[in-house]
Design a protein around this ligand. Structure first.
Ligand code: FAD
Length: 433
């Protein structure tokens, strides 16, 4: 047990409540339980059932560039006008989203973008190494395959692809530019439409994102972590610790970590912190794949032009992507999931047929998740500036799976008052307050 977690005056084990059992909260909970804290993990729904459930499963460490990029300004009108295009902004949500978009546009400035790129590079650098060691300790190494990923291009404009290749190389990413023959040699099921690809050799994927959260939570439980299904309505810090109020009870804890993803705003507001978070809703469409089917892939394949990704999962081929700004509570529009299949027909030679798995009818599964997105594309990982017993681990936008284990590590270091492995100042909530 790490002595940093023991209160020497009465030898009492320190307690931590982690609110939110997505991939971020679960990684924080496991790390803190490993450090010797008595952890209570709380979620309104269950473990891993929020945005961490149906995502693309890509440990996308090559994604070190913030989403706020100036070329988007010119593309936005076209992107937004197509109701089933890759980006959609609901008319009802438009006014509410204006302040977020103002900050998003502000983050396109070169100086801020460069600064945010450096912060993302630092966070992603050892993200896969950390995840591998967490999964190894959980005897769940099979949940991560490090086989690289492809970004495929339908354009025949080699210059465009070369420019992007250079952009990634300059950012220190391990990447190779492949022509059509080389690309198809790697993934024979790719369509002849594909002219080039960027092969990110060091990245990884999982065959089951939900199993990652649930397996790690099971390991933490076996070490003494308690899970409570409840909705937290209030957090208050006093001289004794932190009071957590849920729909079922109120209880005291020594420390608290808020990891509520896209739902974090209200809890932070109660503590007087402003969090400009948007639910960047995305969809996935999982097509069941028969065992040994030729319609699958061996690594994630993302389309540069169509802005979605295809990942081979345990028993499905998962098509995922799209961005929809419609708030947390609007019902899903599953047409956005289904349209991914039409796009996939331009990327793959053959798609799994939906009704032939073991001779049984198996339906494709549509899913919607709310990415917790901040306008600068950086998460918040910090000790609350005015509440020393409260910590935040939220806002991981498109990269929550990728950054789950490194976030857990950093939160463990912050709660136990150790030096952090990387500089966490860029991730402090103070940048919005
Ligand atoms: C289509 C799509 C594809 C994606 N693909 C990838 C990918 O390939 N790689 C990658 O790295 N990331 C990907 N992401 C992003 C990733 O899924 C998210 O960043 C990540 O899941 C966020 O994790 P989280 O734990 O912060 O949030 P969540 O998983 O949403 O967990 C938050 C939890 O908090 C709980 N909660 C909220 N409020 C309360 C409350 N008041 N009381 C109690 N519990 C509460 C919720 O029930 C929820 O379970 C994708 C996202 C989408 C939508």
């Amino acid at each position: 047990m790490n002595t940093a977690t023991i209160d020497n005056t009465n030898n009492k084990q320190q307690t931590v409540a982690v609110i939110g059992a997505g991939v971020i909260g679960v990684n924080c909970a496991l790390e803190l339980q490993n450090l010797g804290y008595q952890v209570t993990l709380i979620d309104k729904d269950g473990i891993g059932l929020g945005c961490s459930k149906g995502n693309a499963g890509h440990f996308a460490t090559e994604q070190v560039f913030p989403l706020a990029e100036s070329s988007l300004i010119w593309q936005m009108p076209k992107l937004l006008l197509d109701p089933l295009g890759p980006v959609s902004l609901s008319a009802k949500h438009f006014v509410k989203a204006i302040p977020w978009f103002m900050q998003f546009f502000n983050n396109m400035r070169a100086k801020l973008r460069d600064k945010n790129t450096l912060a993302l590079q630092a966070l992603n650098k050892n993200a896969i190494t950390h995840f591998k060691s967490v999964l190894k300790a959980a005897n769940a190494e099979h949940l991560l395959t490090q086989n690289g990923s492809l970004l495929v291009f339908e354009t025949d404009n080699l210059r465009t692809v070369e420019a992007m290749h250079k952009h990634y190389k300059d950012a220190g990413i391990a990447v190779k530019l492949l022509d059509r023959m080389q690309t198809i040699a790697l993934e024979p099921n790719l369509h002849d439409n594909i002219n080039y690809s960027l092969f990110f050799t060091d990245v990884a994927h999982t065959i089951n994102p939900l199993a990652i959260s649930q397996t790690l939570a099971d390991v933490a439980k076996s070490k003494g972590m308690i899970f409570k299904q409840a909705s937290v309505s209030k957090i208050a810090q006093s001289s004794n610790g932190v009071t957590i109020k849920t729909d079922k009870e109120a209880f005291e804890t020594d420390h608290c970590v808020v990891a509520c993803g896209a739902w974090s705003k209200e809890l932070l507001k109660g503590l007087n912190y402003h969090l400009p978070i948007e639910a960047e809703r995305g969809y996935s469409y999982s097509l069941p794949v028969a065992e040994n089917a030729s319609a699958s892939l061996s690594r994630p394949v993302a389309s540069a032009e169509r802005r979605f990704i295809i990942t081979p999962m345990e028993s499905t081929l998962r098509l995922a992507g799209t961005v929809e700004y419609a708030g947390l509570h609007t019902p899903p529009n599953y047409k956005r999931a289904e349209m991914l299949e039409d796009n996939a027909k331009f990327i793959l030679k053959s798609l799994p047929s939906k009704d032939t798995v073991n001779g049984e009818q198996e339906a494709a599964e549509s899913w919607m998740g709310c990415r917790p997105s901040l306008p600068d594309s950086l998460p918040v990982i910090c000790q609350a500036p005015n509440h020393d017993k409260v910590f935040f681990a939220l806002g991981h936008q498109h990269l929550g799976l990728t950054q789950g284990a490194i976030t857990g590590k950093l939160i463990g270091q912050l709660v136990s008052n150790q030096a952090t492995e990387i500089d966490v100042r860029p991730f402090c909530i103070s940048r919005f307050n």
